[in-house]
Design a protein around this ligand. Sequence first.
Ligand code: IPM
Ligand code: MN
Length: 350
Amino acid sequence: MTENLTIGIIPGDGIGRDVTRAARIILNLINERCADISFVYKDMDVGEAAIKKHGSAFPDETREGISSCDVILFGAIGAPHDFVVLSGIRYGFNLYANVRPIKSLPGVEVLQPDADLVIIRENTEGLYRGIGYTDGDYHVNLRVFTQAGMERIIHFSFNWAKKNNRKKVTFTHKESILVHTDAFMKELFYEIAKDYPTIEADDMEVDACAMRMVMKPHTLDVIVAENANGDILSDVGGGIIGGLGFTPSANIGDNLAMFEPVHGSAPKYADKDVVNPTAILMSTKLMFDYLNRTDIAALLQNSLNQVYLEGRVRTYDAGGNSSTSEFAKAVAEKLDDLWDNNLAYNEVNE
Ligand code: IPM
Ligand code: MN
């Protein structure tokens, strides 16, 4: 039986247009090749394009459109619309877990070639909830959590670790200072850890974790972080694996998920067809994992790995001079070959 899916595509601003175009090249091929899955696209606007059409950066048309999709693929959004758009989707649809794998690709020159860890950023609470006030001399942003929110992200992290054959979950905090949130959450973390006896549980101060990520990333596995801390750790992670061109993400809730590169809209490169689409292609890979099509996800990852290993087609940030679309086409060609050879489960160069 064919599974019919609606994939919402939101290019957003700047290079979001370039990278979603690249992702569609891959999606079109998968749609063509895969007999038991079939998808249609639903194109939606946010940011400048949405202001032109609908008068708002995150219009009702888009909010309602998102509700009718199975999954969403997002390009990029920059200031000044980033918060309204991303919070509209992440908070508005309760996509509470932001999963951000940090893994070096073979053949790419990076600071830490053995890095292979995953940051799970709490996506709806904490400092970035934007709750605060100004009162005279006091300028306050509150770091607000709920116990339900804490429990939900801790359970998610252990379940994700189990499902993805990860060995350890590390809870990050500043428990000595943030007693109402972090000290309390740490206790919850170890309590909940008892439900997952096959996964090792440990904790670290978040600043120490940032340094460890730079110096000894192979000692880290799955990291759970509060919203703002997770944001910062993600860019540290990007820095050790070649930059934000290599950092995908999945924003996951109970009924919907949005897949998005961690990078921003880089307006100066917009519509030039030069940026690296790897982060969105790996986000697309995460989308197929989420859809329980790990066979397609593995094929896509292998195709990317092979294109990097061969090294002929690369964008400027990875030492080449190919365009965004040339890179996407090279990955699509590789995917087409691998599909024929049915190499889905032979992880290349793992
Ligand atoms: C990210 C980005 C966003 C965030 C910004 C653009 C609001 O930095 O996804 O990491 O902080 O969540
Ligand atoms: Mn960020």
